[in-house]
Ligand binder design. Sequence first.
Ligand SMILES: Cc1ncc(C[n+]2csc(CCOP(=O)(O)OP(=O)(O)O)c2C)c(N)n1
Ligand code: SF4
Length: 531
Amino acid sequence: MANESVVNAPDPEVKSQGTAKIDNELNNNGYELIHSKSPLFYDLYERKSELKHQTHYCPGCGHGVAHKLIAEALQELGLQDRTIFVSPVGCSVFAYYYFDVGNVQAPHGRAPATATGIKRSCPDKIVISYQGDGDLAAIGTAEIVHAANRGEKITVFFVNNGIYGMTGGQMAPTTLVGQKSTTSPWGRRPSNEGFPIHVAELLATLEAPAYIERVALSDNKNIMKARRAIRKALEMQRDGVGFSFVEILSPCPTIMGKEPVEARRYVLDKMMPTFPLNVFRDRRPVIPVGTEPPQRPVAEVLGIKPLGITAKAEAPGLSLPKHAHHFKDVKIKIAGFGGQGVLLLGQLLIEMGMREELEVSWLPSYGPEMRSGSAHCHVCLSKERIGSPLISHPDVLVAMNEFSLRKFAHEVNSGGIILYNGSTIPADFAAPDVQVVAIPASEMADKLGSARVANVVMLGALLAENEALAPATAIAVIEAKVRKVELLETNRKALEAGREFGDNKVRPRAASQTDSRPITKNTTLTPQELV
Ligand SMILES: Cc1ncc(C[n+]2csc(CCOP(=O)(O)OP(=O)(O)O)c2C)c(N)n1
Ligand code: SF4
């Protein structure tokens, strides 16, 4: 980091100076010392009380220098307000305490994938993936290779210190031959641990990347070169040229067990012979464009027609009224075991949603065993674009078995609904603020002649209870999905049976995020009421 005035700035006067704090003085050698901090950095770096007066980085750590160079480049290019930093796991994660830009934290190794998503949805932003070598070259090998290969227009700063810093010095893919680490205590041997991976060279074999350079924080001359490379990589992103990547050889004095100056020397003398500095790629990639068809709505691509259109096409003159959606969005979790049609029920719902011209998402989750193992899916139906398909707190839980009821009930939003596949609610089960309805769907399906339609019985009950989607849409979707005539009839009956059960046993109401959330209080039905 720049100097003592940048760490937690306890002096109110310093704080009041705003973002750029400059204190020039002349030292004994006649050199002008410039104590300054880029306005890219926060005024105050938050740390726990006993650590207040130090940054997260050890003295002499290359991360601090790399931060400074990146901040200055962004400042010079005037990109602060457009920048989104993605920092994953490792000492690099601390970046979000320092850079006063948009910050997103990604799981270990996944930063290039996260950055891809951000850049594609916000192409005018400057998206930076800032990663360590354990992160990028070990757990994240696939992500970096594929992001580079796709030529994503992001910038990756790869801080290669040859070791896992944060976790105490395990061997990284970049650890030098002969270098000792906690997991290569005799020194890295190519015969046992393989050779160091040269990431810059590896990525330079790909067609799409625009700019790849390796630099080093070994001495002032090389730091100045690093500064230029960092700036250039950002300029290339600003100008929409393509994927830019700077590998930064960096000292990690703590794990190297060296004083800061020695650690820098180690970068120069030991790391650079293995990882030579070079510009491996500097060109505007030629990626054919213009042949892709224009973006069309997913429903259109899948050939799913809105219900009104289907009805008109099949019976000219007849136009079904558009279903009035009383919600902003409805989040549904469907859980049970493999074979109960849990995932299919989710798919039916999203297809219905698409026909009703809603935004939809479906996220399945199941274990290694598809049949009999536990399975669940997340379904979101929304009038607006959906930010994430992951649902932590559903409005509706469809629990196809008791295990799922007990496992997921606590997640349901207050005022939500649980539809439970069972003849009675387990006596010891309680879910305050949530309406729980037991529907003997499996028994009803058996009586209809096919245990497999229990999920469709639940769909019927869900529609009766929640009124999120029109029953006519459900029929249309089932007709489109089920080809066999007898099975189609059973499915129709199952849907109707579920709807009737819901209508008769349950007061219809909506569990969803409405503009005026009309959710009734907990009206858990007792087993007696359900008989
Ligand atoms: C999925 C996952 N696996 C492992 C870890 C443990 N972990 C935390 S930091 C780290 C190593 C990071 O090393 P590197 O990327 O080289 O960064 P540095 O700390 O050296 O900057 C590991 C393995 C984790 N947090 N998450
Ligand atoms: S462990 Fe290494 S990489 Fe992490 S902050 Fe300390 S010196 Fe830097």
